[in-house]
Design a protein around this ligand. Structure first.
Ligand SMILES: C[S@@+](CC[C@H](N)C(=O)[O-])C[C@H]1O[C@@H](n2cnc3c(N)ncnc32)[C@H](O)[C@@H]1O
Length: 284
């Protein structure tokens, strides 16, 4: 639970989410999506080349990875020459991240913390603050997230996010999509207000078939909800991209291409499934 927000709703939501992430860490580490054998053989993760292109060269730079899970991306950035710090509220994930870094002989710092509480855990600023793929729905307060990000970026440094687009999240999940007739809106675009409970026994986890039985809580954020906190934090957006494919099979019936990008069948309308933003803090 974020120490900064002790309301009953967030306390319940964060306790459940933390328990879910702790239980899912082991199934994730054993999953094909995280392909630990390939990672240990030296394959950097990131999943898609565009992230490397858009973040740019990190060699010699300090990099903070928010919501780093068990650290495959964080360690991958270290292999590319960055001095890395990862933060995650999953105790199991952070333990595994530290083990992985040791095994790989990579110098990396992992902090076990809710991102809302990292403020007093370090007073450093970073050349690059990075976060990706499945992070914002777990956060209840994006204005505060924007302030945390803004404080963590060095003057002249950048914040980068690659994330699932709230537009794609609207599509119904309860039946396979074969034709455009199957595409209908099942979820809101705008925040319906407060944490939404998602039953633990339903729906597919993005990386494994494991069912935890723990109901999780997520928050809906529109693109405005995501972008304005970055602008309000004084960051200047220099790149914004939207993509009509998803990084994983978010909907049954999707078709994967040879670059691991999941598309709706050809007859369907194009929907934004992913976005990325690079925002810079002006140099002093
Ligand atoms: C979908 S995962 C990110 C996956 C990562 N991009 C990867 O591919 O490994 C989301 C992560 O956010 C973490 N998380 C969720 N809410 C958090 C919070 N408030 N503070 C810190 N970590 C949080 C979870 O523990 C989980 O590891």
């Amino acid at each position: 639970m974020p120490e900064s927000d002790q309301s009953a709703e967030t306390t319940t939501a964060y306790a459940a989410n933390q328990a879910w992430w702790n239980e899912i860490t082991e199934p994730h580490s054993a999953s094909g999506m995280y392909d630990m054998a390939a990672f240990k053989a030296g394959r950097n993760r990131f999943m898609h080349q565009y992230i490397l292109d858009e973040v740019g060269d990190v060699d010699g730079k300090s990099l903070l990875h928010l919501q780093c899970h068990f650290g495959q991306d964080t360690i991958s950035w270290a292999r590319l020459g960055a001095t890395v710090t990862g933060v995650d509220f999953g105790g199991e994930a952070v333990k595994l991240a530290r083990t992985l870094a040791d095994e790989e002989g990579v110098d990396a710092t992992f902090i076990h913390s809710n991102i809302y509480d990292i403020g007093d855990r370090f007073d450093k600023q970073f050349d690059v603050v990075f976060t990706s793929y499945g992070v914002l729905a777990w956060l209840h307060d994006l204005p505060e997230w924007g302030r945390i990000v803004g404080r963590a970026v060095k003057p002249g440094g950048v914040f980068y996010i690659a994330e699932f687009h709230p537009g794609g999240e609207m599509l119904q999940h309860d039946r396979p999509i074969a034709t455009k007739e199957d595409t209908s809106i099942g979820m809101p675009y705008f925040d319906p207000g407060g944490a939404q409970s998602l039953p633990g026994e339903e729906g597919a986890d993005y990386a494994s078939d494991h069912k935890t039985g723990i109901d999780t809580f997520e928050w809906f954020h529109s693109m405005e909800d995501i972008i304005m906190p970055l602008i309000d934090a004084g960051l200047v957006i220099e790149l914004f991209k939207e993509r009509d494919w998803c990084a994983y099979r978010s909907h049954e019936g999707m078709i994967v291409d040879d670059q691991n990008r999941w598309h709706l069948p050809p007859d369907c309308p194009k929907v934004p499934f992913m976005f990325s933003i690079r925002a810079r803090k002006p140099a002093n």
